[in-house]
Design a protein around this ligand. Sequence first.
Ligand SMILES: *Cc1c(COP(=O)(O)O)cnc(C)c1O
Length: 443
Amino acid sequence: MDLKNWLVQAAAAHDQWAEGFGPFTRHPVTQVDEGRFAAAFAELTERLAGDNPYFHPRYAGQMQKPPHPAAVAGYLATMLNNPNNHALDGGPATARMEREVVADLATMFGFDTHLGHLTSSGTIANLEALFVARETHPGRGVAYSAESHYTHPRMCHVLGMPAHQVPVDGQGRMDLTALEDLLAKAKIGTVVLTAGTTSLGAVDPIDEALSLKERYGVRIHVDAAYGGFHRLLAEPAGPWQAIARCDSVVVDPHKHGLQPYGCGAVLFADPAVGRFYLHDSPYTYFTSDELHPGEISLECSRSGAAAAALWLTLRLFPLTRDGLGEVLAASRRAALDLATRIDQCAPLTLYQWPTLDIVTYFAGTELAAIDTNSNRILHEGMAHPADPVFLSTLRVTADAMTARHPNIAADTDGGRILRSVLMKPESEYHTEQLHTRLVTLAS
Ligand SMILES: *Cc1c(COP(=O)(O)O)cnc(C)c1O
């Protein structure tokens, strides 16, 4: 796997195609001389040197990792022409690739029928899902768990929909008894369930919640922005299979789908929801009677290169257990291995057993001290000149802590614990080293 060679191939493929259109004169106004470029580029690389090494297993912090080199090559090859997936005229090749990858995602989730598109992020994808929910259930509110992504209350605010937070159980999953109490008394039109919470990777009991659809006439939207591709590892029954019977789902290829940022997706089970997007544009839609992506999306300009990058990636890592599933399985093994190591010896304590590949842990026996330790370990880890380690912290309430660890003294309302998202397969080879490092920092 040779990224530089692939990038050269990508640029060459573009040049070869472009030459077919014949020579033309480049305008001097955009010409930059080599020396000036080199100087400005040197400044850029100097600025970038201050970044965190998301690619390296010593980065075990947030949900960040580089795209696969194939995605980079696919993106570059396409970006050089810069198609716009708003319309078939703006990106005929990439708009069709988008349709294919969206169909692949729908198949992964088990949707028999679908309407969907790529978005620039999970946030926009969730906004679209809630927008459609507002149209199908006018005047009704949205229920989401206390551990759901902050985008849900925020987007309810944007959309003017009443927002209701539902408490979680001792593992960070939505408490369905509390949800049902709420459905019985409040005017709720949509329940948002999370398949892989951002904080803990907890998966709401989607299978058990399905019956509420008929009983209360609610829509169920699944926010699988982070966890969605874990569907490839799922047991034959359970919450992941149940997504097939929900109304909409969001997944972020720029998280576990090996893509660069700028790639989310929203899928609706009922293609008829496309009617809510209807609009007429005087500028576009000239060449084709086929549905343009822009007719079923709230965003106008969208990167055709993002669709091409995902398309190329899925040629190499299809959405199967043996394809992209292998990549997720390695991350999952890394998380289980680190969790086991933490669980087996002092001074660290596992906060809860990981459901996906997010490991949470702490050092100390009183919440105030746990908070101080987390902050110290985070900063000392990052600042170490020879052997840095990059973690993240997660604020938990005293109630959430004592629900899991009754013997921890709740001497404050809440505090920070440590969190490592092990989403790179390389982490699998690094857990012993990472654990040793964490023990040293905590001692
Ligand atoms: C990351 C995430 C989002 C937001 O997606 P962006 O792509 O960051 O906008 C929403 N929900 C969940 C569960 C997430 O993990």
